[in-house]
Design a protein around this ligand. Structure first.
Ligand SMILES: Cc1cc2nc3c(=O)[nH]c(=O)nc-3n(C[C@H](O)[C@H](O)[C@H](O)COP(=O)(O)OP(=O)(O)OC[C@H]3O[C@@H](n4cnc5c(N)ncnc54)[C@H](O)[C@@H]3O)c2cc1C
Length: 638
């Protein structure tokens, strides 16, 4: 077949500042963050409609802050569409929904102290809403945004780079190809990223688990209403997996259970088998089940060798992938977008000194590689913790991995398929047999349940990730770390202690004057860089900021903060200083993703010299690579 001849499409004539390939969550959020800064983007999406399959469903607090920064009404629309908090009360482990309860975990629950801690930590709360509901909300926003040009049913075919820009070859569904010039290109095109392949970047992969996601509709309220929750772990000899309520629709469910793709690929699973698994999880075959779809998902820790290649950046699943545990997939992609958006804001809208421009892009790759490694390690730790329940129930969590390895044996190809299926069904049944004890009324059943219940008592950390989420700090990148930074890493996965130690997320403080609720996080997310300085120092820093603009081409916002009528952020100087861990005449420099770049806890004698030293200092560390973590969670290179 002859390739269609590329033509210059009149619809995309000229150079677009940013071309984004892939209108999933990562690409859409980036386009909206750029639009907020007045930056035009071309968003290219292969599919004509948003995906209808429920996938990622946990939106972290930090992700919700990013959505709020696009538009508080967007965050509010997502919240209104999501299940009410009362429906998210418990995570339950049971032999089946109708069977025996093995234990519960209350992630937020009724603890007033923890709820107060959560509310004091951020202007946002985490959200539970599956992508099949959230994606259309984002898509509507994108379509309503004049700065974003979305082309659907169109895919990237080729990509060339020069010193001053990129040339993309795009192909529409009708086979017509056209070229597009862009200053920068972003690959947000998912796990099988075309952009990554065209750049010939390798990916490190640690396989975790292949699962089937069985999407079905059923009225399960008679089973769930005594202990409402988003997730039920089911452990019985016929099925081990999770039942997840993905949306506010009470009948919308997903059963996720491990599969052996070499023996029975999820996409080829007969409807009768899928429904039998669902019934085994419910524990009642009389419940009417309407099967919607069965989708495979190969969970793996993945990280591309770099997220920046010249003028091309990778974000979301194209850059790094995680598993369901920890819920980092969706959220990491949103943070990639936030980390890139303020940088592109400076690069596209400013006349930057070339050294700073290079530092911004290089530090993006360093920071996101470091973050991917940190979150992959965290996924492994949480998986290990979660496996404690399986171990307590008498299962060998590595057993499924061994079966998967065996299922890939070339010798099996010599045997009839039906025999292979029966063989593995038998091996699976043998492996799951110990779970029969959990429903037993005898002493063995009771002691098995006690062991499982003790393991469940330790599971809260798997579901409460406030410390990992808000406490995650950038260590090597576009930050000036202090000699003894606080914290070196999140203090704990569940607890968050705000700090302005560089690399950390700026602490949240409300300004509630003039009838507008504004958080410090809203304040800093409104510009690529923001200098936070109290009202007594505000005027003294203006000449230094003007000098910075002249010398480096960097625009830094400096909103007035204090009790004056003209101040957009109202705060008592003492409260402000205490929250920011600086003197009332100290300063804090913050990036548009909320990360503190630098602080001076005491009054700077000469603001001009201070800022010059800061930006000179920022150039040096980015020549180093990301910090070496104690262990490497990635194994192979693809
Ligand atoms: C079945 C399944 C279940 C999942 N469950 C969970 C879960 O429970 N929890 C969790 O945290 N995560 C889950 N995930 C992962 C989560 O969905 C991803 O982390 C998230 O969608 C990544 O978003 P993204 O925008 O980076 O990529 P995607 O959502 O994959 O979006 C990429 C977009 O790029 C488009 N595209 C691809 N190539 C091209 C091209 N050449 N040209 C133009 N467009 C292109 C695609 O059509 C797609 O719309 C699941 C994934 C799957 C597949």
């Amino acid at each position: 077949m002859t390739a269609p001849t590329p033509t210059q499409s009149p619809a995309q004539a000229g150079t677009v500042p940013v071309a984004i390939i892939g209108a999933g969550v990562a690409g859409s959020v980036l386009a909206l963050l750029l639009a907020r800064q007045g930056i035009r983007s071309l968003l290219v999406e292969r599919q004509t409609e948003a995906d209808t399959h429920p996938r990622g469903h946990v939106w972290s607090i930090r992700s919700m802050e990013v959505l709020r920064s696009i538009d508080p009404e967007l965050a509010e629309e997502m919240r209104e569409t999501s299940p009410a908090p009362l429906k998210l009360r418990y995570i339950t482990w049971c032999t089946s929904l109708a069977g025996v309860d093995l234990g519960r975990c209350v992630p937020i629950g009724n603890d007033p102290a923890y709820t107060a801690h959560l509310l004091a930590s951020s202007p946002c709360r985490p959200l539970h809403l599956s992508q099949n509901v959230a994606d259309p909300i984002l898509r509507r926003r994108v379509l309503a945004e004049p700065c974003v040009r979305l082309i659907t049913g169109c895919e990237l075919q080729a990509l060339q780079q020069a010193r001053d820009g990129c040339t993309l070859t795009l192909r529409a569904r009708n086979g017509q190809s056209f070229t597009q010039q862009a200053d920068y290109t972003v690959g947000a095109d998912g796990e099988h990223s075309t952009v990554r392949q065209l750049l010939e970047l390798a990916t490190k992969v640690t396989p975790l688990q292949s699962v089937a996601q069985i999407h079905f509709r059923a009225n399960l309220s008679k089973f769930t209403s005594p202990r409402p929750g988003p997730l039920y772990w089911v452990l019985n000899p016929a099925v081990v997996g999770t039942l997840t309520a993905h949306t506010a629709d009470d009948s919308d469910w997903v059963l996720t259970t491990a599969t052996l793709p070499a023996v029975e690929p999820a996409e080829a699973m007969p409807a009768s088998r899928a429904i039998a698994l669902v019934h085994a999880a419910i524990g009642d075959t009389r419940v009417p089940v309407d099967l919607v779809a069965v989708r495979p998902w190969t969970m793996a820790l993945r990280r591309t060798e770099t997220t920046r290649h010249g003028r091309v950046m990778l974000i979301g699943d194209a850059a790094a992938g995680f598993s369901a545990i920890g819920g980092f997939g969706l959220n990491h992609g949103i943070q990639d977008a936030a980390s890139l958006a303020w940088r592109l804001g400076l690069l596209v809208n400013g006349q930057l000194h070339p050294d700073i421009a290079e530092t911004l892009l290089a530090s993006f790759a360093v920071e996101r590689a470091e973050s991917a490694t940190f979150h992959a390690l965290r996924t492994q730790q949480l998986t290990e913790l979660s496996d404690e329940v399986l171990r307590a129930a008498g299962l060998d969590p590595s057993g499924f991995g061994k079966l998967t390895a065996l299922s890939h044996s070339s010798l099996l190809g010599l045997l009839p398929r039906t025999f292979v299926r029966k063989l593995f069904a038998g091996l699976m049944a043998g492996g799951l047999k110990p779970l029969a004890r959990l429903a037993g009324k005898d002493a063995a059943g009771m002691s098995a349940r006690q062991r499982v219940s003790r393991a469940i008592d330790k599971q809260r950390e798997v579901f409460v990730t406030l410390g990992t989420d808000l406490g995650y700090a950038v260590e090597s990148g576009f930050v000036l770390r202090e000699p003894r930074p606080q914290p070196a890493a999140p203090h704990s996965a569940t607890e968050y202690w705000p700090t302005t130690s560089p690399g950390s997320l700026i602490p949240h403080l409300w300004s509630d004057e003039h009838g507008v609720s504004l958080s410090t996080r809203d304040l800093v997310r409104a510009a690529p860089l923001t200098l936070l300085v109290g009202q007594t120092e505000h005027a003294r820093w203006q000449p230094a900021l003007a000098q910075l603009r002249r010398d480096w081409g960097i625009e830094v916002a400096c909103p007035a903060i204090g009790m004056g009528a003209e101040a957009p952020f109202q705060a008592e100087p003492a409260d402000w200083a205490a929250a920011l861990e600086v003197d009332e005449d100290g300063v804090v420099l913050v990036r548009g993703d909320g990360v503190v770049v630098w602080r001076s806890r005491r009054r700077c004698t000469d603001p001009g010299i201070a800022l010059r030293d800061v930006f000179t200092g920022l150039l040096a560390p980015n020549k180093r690579s990301a910090r070496a973590l104690t262990s490497n969670p990635f194994q192979e290179v693809q």
